[in-house]
Design a protein around this ligand. Structure first.
Ligand code: SF4
Length: 902
């Protein structure tokens, strides 16, 4: 792409923070909103140097106006901004006057821009006067924040992505980097390719695709990381690897940390037993860490989302402090955030227990500094409620008004049904979002239309502290406004006129930068002094830049005495152990091509093709012992909720653990919202929920029939117990099942697909086997089809959905329609999509690997192009190459890729 003609912006998904070049395509209809754009990686952005993963590469497909919230809505009726702002301001004012400021709350998002976050935080903490503002980042990395504060005195990530490439040992803990931070994974893979001596250790209970580049995989038992890293601390100390000079000059607390580590971890054999690992593997990991000076330990949600997440992170940091491997090139602990601007939110104090500009809410002098700077009438004096407690307070009626901005807590929070119940009983629920229909907007009294990615202007900070611009290339449609504008407008409507008269995102950014420099004579590393003089043109042209070049290189930390702290970490098991009633452990997380609750990635057919329906992943032996069948439906129960989804056995799972992706919600599925099952217990320090460990049980979910429907139009499903909706190329795909036996399917299918009596309708029914198939055509163009059976013996969906791209069906296609394949050429079914960039399916890959004896991902790329664009599928290509040839066949039950069992 011609970079000069493109808008330089930033990807709105994960915390890698890749730079994106966007060239909007001209509107098809004069004057219409542009809804397509050509998207490419920005070769000049330091995070990605031109790379994008599958999600970033598909950004141009997510810009449609479908489902956008375009108008303010009060009590279900469209209205204008003046009335909506007045309603929100009056509602908040009335409840504050009657019950005090702690009776209201904001719940915001790591997807807001820094400027949005800043204004929301200022309004709540400085003007309304409570710290009841928390963010969905609480669910993602607040344990890392707490650990940084404890160890360093300030929430600072001391490592950059270049350090990862400079390291000689990379330890990936609780991170499926290949799927959740793909471009960073590609950088690691490239470094490994260039320097094969670079050693990679993956510590994760699951054998994810990230393990494809690992020299050593430690499938640690969930929640046992502190034992593992306490054991490492002991080992390093005992083997003379402690850096005494560094420890003496720059740290405190080693003796106690070591004593606790010694008491709790014990010998390598004891650590191995406790962590469910092989002692030799533990020994090997310890020896690798001990002998490698340049070590980066990268950790993510597998560490953070735990009732001991803060201690886990500190046990990792302890090992870096002991060896002095921090503040130096190629060394240090690196927390990778899940969201694009979790870091920006931290900088403005978006968490309920933070202030702004890395100042502390519990420090009276810090509060005075901020209040004086804001010239605000008051300032919150104590920490507000963290996410789980906040919604609990809504449920209890202590919080009577909540404003939810850019997030979907009815899906993403643990114990999500209780969050739904809490919102149902709340007096005033305001939701600002760009999406009209989510599980959360359904409960709002007031909906405020927010600008979406591509329409917003501001900054984000990625996981390596790099501030980048998000630039608009589209006008907000309808009445949509930037979030900072909405917060400021409500503030003014509440009477806070002086502090919220911002003319632009630039004005907000300058104020934020100035605050970071106030009373900060080197006391806080977070200091944007150099940014405070940016004029509008300089802000518009701002290049990506990290704040705080190599923190801690001078050995000074932010604690008052300038020293880092070892934290004595006492290991503890997850809060709720599996037991006889709930013998398994439910683990949740992401899949490669989806983002959060699918409101954006769900708009791209090619992203949906990778994992088109919700699933429960289980170890094959557990499947066998439970008498279940892969491909059938199962019900998962926990003490908090239940769900139903299809069973798979990918080969990634350890015994007695199941994995369910976090993305499916009630707008795209009937019973697969996993948040409802997740245990709401939190880490006592950070308040982060334990989303990786909920005791669960799985049983067969018997259905009388199952099937799928493909249709150009949205369908209204009746008599369907289980369903999930996904996008195909030119069609919507519904996986459906029901528990009630039916006799004649014909009338039901005709109603479903909207077939008139004289429609071009073909059908096949075999009542003896319960097989029913029908298709509706209009002028030889396929409009829809439905395939039903008593069993999971249904044809693959890929060939059928490909027919929707055709304006007219050929004779062979029409003949094969009710077979589900073109009989004469079965290989035309490409199978489940593995490479979403070039739409290369699993069947095609397997055939090519066999036929041409392909032996590497490069060879596959040369022949089929798979893996040659974004590279997100390369780990899966490598897994296919390793498959024993006889196992290389498409799973018959669903279009989902599988890996060989281990
Ligand atoms: Fe976006 Fe992918 Fe880069 Fe993450 S790795 S920022 S999702 S392009």
């Amino acid at each position: 792409m011609n970079a000069a003609a493109a808008v330089r912006t930033t990807c709105p998904y994960c915390g890698v923070g890749c730079g994106v070049l966007v060239r909007p395509t001209p509107p098809q209809v004069p004057g219409a909103q542009v809804v397509h754009a050509i998207v490419a990686g920005d070769p000049e952005h330091p995070a990605n140097a031109g790379r994008l993963c599958s999600k970033g590469a598909a950004l141009g497909e997510t810009l449609s106006m479908d489902g956008r919230l375009l108008q303010p809505r009060v009590l279900g009726r469209d209205t204008d901004w003046r009335l909506a702002l007045g309603y929100v301001a009056a509602g908040f004012r009335r409840l504050i006057d009657a019950h005090g400021p702690d009776a209201v709350a904001f719940y915001v998002s790591g997807q807001l821009l820094t400027e949005d976050y800043y204004v929301a935080n200022k309004l709540m903490k400085g003007y309304i006067g409570t710290a009841n503002i928390d963010t969905n980042s609480r669910l993602c990395m607040s344990s890392a924040v707490a650990a940084h504060k404890r160890a360093f005195g300030e929430d600072i990530v001391p490592v950059s992505y270049e350090d990862v490439e400079l390291a000689d040992l990379i330890v990936l803990v609780g991170s499926n980097t290949a799927w959740c931070h793909p471009v960073l994974f590609q950088r690691i893979a490239k470094a490994k390719e260039q320097r094969p001596e670079l050693t990679i250790v993956v510590i994760d209970p699951r054998s994810t695709v990230t393990c494809e580049i690992a020299d050593l995989h430690l499938p640690v038992a969930t929640g046992s990381d502190v034992w593992l890293f306490n054991g490492l601390l002991n080992f390093l100390s005992e083997h003379g690897v402690a850096n005494s000079e560094f420890i003496d000059a720059h740290t405190r607390g080693l003796d106690r940390a070591l004593a606790v580590a010694d008491n709790t971890a014990g010998s390598i054999a004891a650590v191995a037993r406790r962590c469910g690992l092989d002692a030799e593997a533990v020994q090997r990991f310890y020896a690798l860490f001990a002998r490698t000076a340049r070590v980066v330990t990268l950790f993510s949600q597998g560490v953070n989302q735990s009732s001991s997440g803060t201690d886990k992170a500190n046990s990792i940091i302890n090992c870096h402090l002991l060896t002095g491997r921090i503040g130096r090139p190629g060394a240090g602990p690196l927390s990778i955030t899940g969201q694009p601007n979790a870091m920006g939110g931290r900088e403005v104090g978006g968490l309920a227990n933070a202030l702004a500009a890395h100042l502390d809410l519990d420090d009276a002098e810090h509060r005075r500094v901020v209040q004086q700077f804001w010239n605000s009438p008051q300032i919150a004096t104590q920490p507000g409620l963290k996410a789980v407690d906040l919604f609990e307070a809504v449920h209890a009626g202590r919080i009577k008004a909540i404003w939810i901005a850019g997030t979907n807590p009815v899906v993403s929070m643990p114990n999500a049904d209780r969050v739904r119940a809490a919102l149902r009983r709340c007096e005033l629920v305001v939701v600002s979002d760009c999406v009209a229909d989510t599980d959360t907007t359904a409960l709002a009294h007031v909906l405020l239309p927010a600008a979406a990615w591509g329409e917003k202007d501001g900054t984000v900070t990625n996981s390596e502290r790099c501030i980048s611009r998000q630039r608009s290339f589209l006008s907000p449609p309808g009445s949509a406004k930037p979030d900072w504008w909405i917060f400021a407008a409500v503030a003014r409507a509440m009477g806070f006129t002086a502090g919220f008269d911002y003319a632009s995102a630039h004005a907000v950014f300058l104020e934020h930068a100035r605050l970071s420099a106030v009373a900060n004579e080197g006391r806080r590393a977070f200091n944007l002094r150099d940014w405070t003089t940016l004029d509008a043109d300089a802000y518009a042209a701002l290049q990506p830049r990290r704040w705080g070049e190599r923190p801690f290189s001078d050995g000074r930390y932010a604690h008052a005495d300038g020293r880092a702290r070892f934290i004595a970490t006492v290991p503890r098991a997850p809060a709720h152990a599996a037991d006889a009633e709930y013998p398994l452990v439910l683990n949740t997380g992401r899949v490669r091509d989806q983002w959060h609750t699918m409101t954006r990635t769900g708009k791209s057919a090619r992203l949906m093709a990778h994992a088109p329906e919700p699933f429960v992943d289980m170890h094959p032996q557990d499947v066998l012992l439970a008498g279940l069948r892969v491909g059938n439906f199962v019900r998962v129960d926990t003490r908090w909720g239940s769900m139903v989804a299809r069973l798979r056995s990918s080969g990634e799972m350890p015994r007695r653990m199941i994995f369910v992706p976090m993305h499916w919600n009630d707008t795209v599925s009937g019973a697969a919202r996993v948040g409802a099952l997740v245990n709401p217990v939190v880490d006592p320090v950070s308040g982060e929920p334990e989303s990786k460990h909920t005791p669960a049980r799985v049983c067969a979910y018997e259905v009388a029939w199952q099937g799928f429907a493909l249709s150009r139009e949205s369908l209204k499903l009746a008599d369907t117990t289980i369903w999930s909706r996904t996008l195909g190329p030119g069609c919507q795909r519904y996986e459906i099942a029901g528990r009630r036996e039916r006799g004649d399917w014909g009338p039901w299918a005709r109603r479903l697909l909207g077939a008139a009596a004289d429609a071009d309708w073909i059908e096949y029914a075999d009542p003896a086997t319960g097989i029913y198939r029908a298709a509706l055509l209009r002028e030889d163009r396929l409009q829809g089809c439905v395939f039903l059976s008593r069993r999971a013996d249904l044809p693959p969906r890929s060939w059928l959905s490909s027919l929707f791209a055709n304006s007219v069906l050929t004779h062979a296609e029409r003949t094969g329609l009710l077979l589900g394949s073109r009989a004469a050429d079965a290989t035309v079914d490409v199978g489940p999509v593995v490479c979403s960039c070039f739409n290369v399916g699993r069947n095609t890959l397997i055939a090519a690997i066999r036929e041409h004896a392909l032996a590497s991902a490069e060879a596959i790329g040369n022949r089929l192009r798979a893996g040659t664009n974004c590279g997100s599928c390369i780990p899966e290509l490598k897994a296919l190459l390793q498959m024993p040839r006889p196992a290389c066949k498409e799973p018959s039950w669903s279009d989902s890729p599988q890996r060989p069992p281990k």
